[in-house]
Each structure stands twice: as structure tokens, then as C-alpha cells.
Design a protein around this ligand. Structure first.
Ligand SMILES: *Cc1c(COP(=O)(O)O)cnc(C)c1O
Length: 414
């Protein structure tokens, strides 16, 4: 029993959703009714008002001249991408598949940029034909884009994704600094910029992305400053004026006990300094930040049904009808080093006293399929609804849905 009484979780309050009659309400609809509307559990539900509110708050905190892009790999549901095209200044895609979703959703090709370490020739061709900005990550891509430009009689729009000579400190995932498969090493750029200047490519600027899931405003500000300084140094070799400067993102959301929401104020001040400098250094440039998780993560929940309740040697297990096949992140197998519990609830018993510490598991035949480990929750039984918060990013599309042949998860934007 000692494990059950161990320190109560201190998750950040999941206060973004209303509760009525002990039921979670999402998009104005009580959970049971929403489940009936969707026609099945499990499903993901994303609240469009929360997404809109998040972007409004962000715009209020940042200087007006800073452009906000949505990195759609965080949530590529077509309806979400469609909503985003009306709310943000651009969509960042990382494959031809994502490019198609963005274009179909009505995103302006001039405001789409395409990054990714292994862009295939067919994907580069689709990007050039679409008129989107390609963030070049290797010399091979330069050669292929030159060829494609000739063949299609178009001037491919390019920026260079730079592998910076620093890291984003304290990131959940580091994606720049040191040896990396992303971007081109900053040291190699002068020669490559010269090569681009001699070609049929239209050079527009730089893309720097140092890391992801960061909750330290100081670290983010430092990375933005260093990115800006690096861009200034690199720009002296640029073949054309800088028109596009993507300083990355990395804004995190709280998932685990003790984590707090990111403080936007210092980031807003920092970007105001950078924007003022950029007016002088790069008068033609758009300064962009690209965010995925931060825009959508807190607006989404995962909803599944309790199908069994069993006790094994004193430990209570709730078995639900979906697991890591739908929500790999919550199982701790998507980039976590030590497994920690996501914030969860019994969605039709919110506010009731916690009766027991339970382990919530999915239906898969693997001990990895664990969604909550000995979490204090109100007593739940078959038919109750289990909810995982902070599930609007890296959910359905980041999970191995075919693993073990269970039905796919539904998604709804309300
Ligand atoms: C994944 C990715 C993002 C989005 O990261 P988040 O942590 O979801 O904000 C942005 N830019 C690039 C280049 C990425 O690869």
C-alpha cells in the first residue's frame, strides 16, 4: 500500500475546461453527449475556442510584427489545419503529405514552409510546383532544386535551415547544436550561400530551430537571441536581402507534476528587442516563430471508456478501450526518459473525492500499455469515461494505430 500513499500528484490545474454535474464539458458539450455524437470511444476532442484563445493571448503578449506559424506535425487533423489557416500567419509542413493537407485547407502557398531532413525528390518537386518556401537541409537538396527549377521553369523559393552552433537549454528534445541530421552546419554556410547565389534559386532567408517542449522563458529568450546573432553573422554572406527569418519555437506546455505554464512576458520583451534590431539589420524581413504543441496541446483531450476493472494482488487496474496505440505520448514512450503520468481524470466524475490509486492500462498485450501509474482517482467502474488532458499535440498521428489491430481512434474538433 505504500506506493498508493506516496506524494499526491501536483499537476497544474486542468482549468481550461468547464465542469457541469461532475462531467467535463468540451466545446460547450458535456462529455457523455459528445461521446454519443462522435458515435464511439475512444476519441480525441479538440476545443476550437481554446485554440483561438491561445493564439489571441500569444498575439497580445508578442510584438505585432512577429509572425506566428503553426508546425502542423503537432496536429495534422485537416479540420484543425483549416482552423489554423485563419488564425496564424503561416503553416510549416514536414512532408508532401502535410503539404497536401495545408494546401487543401486553403493555406496560401506563399505562407507555407517545408522543412525536414529527408525530403525526397518527388516531394521537392511538389513543393516547387506549389510555390512554397523550401528550408534546405543538405547540398543534395540544392542540386535537386536547381534541376527541378530548370525542368519546371520556376524559381524555387528557398531558405536555409541552419544547424546552429548552440543548443536550446532544457528542451524536452534537442534539435540543433552539435552533430545533427537537421539543417546545414553554420560553419559550412558561407560557401553554400555563394553556390545558391550563382543558381536559379530564390534565396529568402534562414530557419533556425533549436529544440522543443521548453518551459523556461530564459532558455527560450537566450536561444532566440543567439539565433538572431547567428543570422546576423550569416547574412553577410547571403546572396540576397533576408526576407524570412524563422527563429524557431520550442514553447512547452506543462504535463507533469511541478511543471508550470510558460511565462510569455519575458519572451514578448525579448522578441520586441529583436524586432527593433531587425528593423535596422533586415528591413525587408518577416520574423517568424513556429509553434506546434503550444498552440494545440492544451486544447485537446483523449477520451476512452473503462471496459474492465480488476484487482491484482492488492493493486486496482482500470482497463480502457484504447492505449498506447492511440496515445503513445501518454504511455511515456514518445521521447520520455523516465515515465511520468499525464494529468488524467474520470471525465464523468470530476470533482468527486479520490477513492483509490489506480493504474489505467490499455487493451494491448504489452506492459508498455500503461496510461496512468497508481494515480489517485475517484472510484471508477465499467462504463465510466477516462480522460487524458494535454492531448491536443502528438496524439493520434504520433501513435502506432495498427499495433495489435484494434480500431483506430476518432477525432473531433468542437
Ligand atoms: C517539430 C517541429 C516544430 C514544432 O515543435 P513543437 O514542440 O510542437 O512546438 C517546429 N519546427 C520544427 C522544425 C519542428 O521539427
Amino acid at each position: 500500500m505504500s506506493t498508493q500513499s506516496r506524494s499526491a500528484p501536483t499537476h497544474v490545474g486542468m482549468d481550461q475546461f468547464k465542469v457541469a454535474d461532475n462531467q467535463l464539458v468540451i466545446g460547450g458539450i458535456p462529455l457523455r453527449q459528445l461521446a454519443a455524437r462522435v458515435g464511439q470511444t475512444p476519441f480525441y476532442a479538440y476545443d476550437r475556442n481554446l485554440i483561438q484563445q491561445r493564439i489571441r493571448d500569444l498575439r497580445n503578449a508578442l510584438p505585432a510584427s512577429i509572425k506566428i506559424h503553426f508546425a502542423m506535425k503537432a496536429n495534422p487533423m485537416p479540420a484543425v489545419v483549416g482552423l489554423m489557416t485563419n488564425l496564424v500567419d503561416g503553416i510549416d509542413v514536414a512532408s508532401a503529405g502535410e503539404l497536401k493537407i495545408a494546401l487543401d485547407a486553403g493555406a496560401n502557398p506563399r505562407e507555407i514552409s517545408f522543412a525536414g531532413p529527408g525530403k525526397r525528390q518527388t516531394e521537392l518537386r511538389q513543393a516547387v510546383a506549389s510555390g512554397v518556401l523550401v528550408n534546405i537541409e543538405s547540398v543534395r537538396e540544392i542540386d535537386e532544386l536547381v534541376e527541378i527549377g530548370r525542368e519546371l521553369n520556376l524559381k524555387p523559393r528557398v531558405a536555409i535551415r541552419v544547424n546552429p552552433d548552440f543548443e536550446l537549454k532544457g528542451s524536452g528534445m534537442k534539435m540543433g547544436g552539435g552533430p545533427k541530421q537537421f539543417g546545414i552546419d553554420a560553419e559550412a554556410l558561407p560557401e553554400i550561400l555563394h553556390q545558391i547565389g550563382q543558381s536559379n534559386l530564390s534565396f529568402e532567408g534562414f530557419h533556425l530551430f533549436a529544440g522543443s517542449q521548453n518551459l523556461s522563458a530564459d532558455s527560450i529568450c537566450e536561444a532566440q537571441r543567439k539565433s538572431y546573432e547567428l543570422a546576423c553573422r550569416l547574412a553577410s554572406d547571403a546572396p540576397a536581402p533576408i526576407r524570412f527569418l524563422n527563429l524557431g519555437g520550442g514553447f512547452g506546455i506543462p504535463y507533469f507534476p511541478g511543471e508550470k505554464r510558460l511565462d510569455l512576458e519575458p519572451i514578448g520583451n525579448n522578441l520586441a528587442d529583436i524586432a527593433a534590431k531587425a528593423k535596422v539589420d533586415f528591413p525587408e524581413a518577416e520574423i517568424v516563430i513556429e509553434l506546434g504543441r503550444y498552440l494545440v496541446g492544451e486544447a485537446g483531450i483523449y477520451v476512452a471508456e473503462v471496459i474492465d476493472r480488476k484487482i491484482s494482488r492488492g493493486q486496482t487496474f482500470l482497463v480502457i478501450n484504447g492505449g498506447l496505440n492511440h496515445h503513445l505520448s501518454a504511455s511515456g514512450n514518445f521521447g520520455q526518459v523516465i515515465r511520468k503520468n499525464y494529468p488524467v481524470a474520470i471525465g464523468n466524475k470530476v470533482g468527486l473525492a479520490n477513492g483509490e490509486a489506480v493504474s489505467v492500462v490499455g487493451p494491448l498485450c504489452t506492459p508498455l500499455d500503461l496510461l496512468a501509474d497508481k494515480m489517485p482517482l475517484p472510484e471508477a467502474e465499467r462504463g465510466d469515461i477516462f480522460v487524458i488532458f494535454q492531448s491536443g499535440a502528438y496524439g493520434a498521428s504520433a501513435s502506432p494505430q495498427n499495433f495489435l489491430g484494434h480500431p483506430p481512434v476518432a477525432e473531433v474538433l468542437v
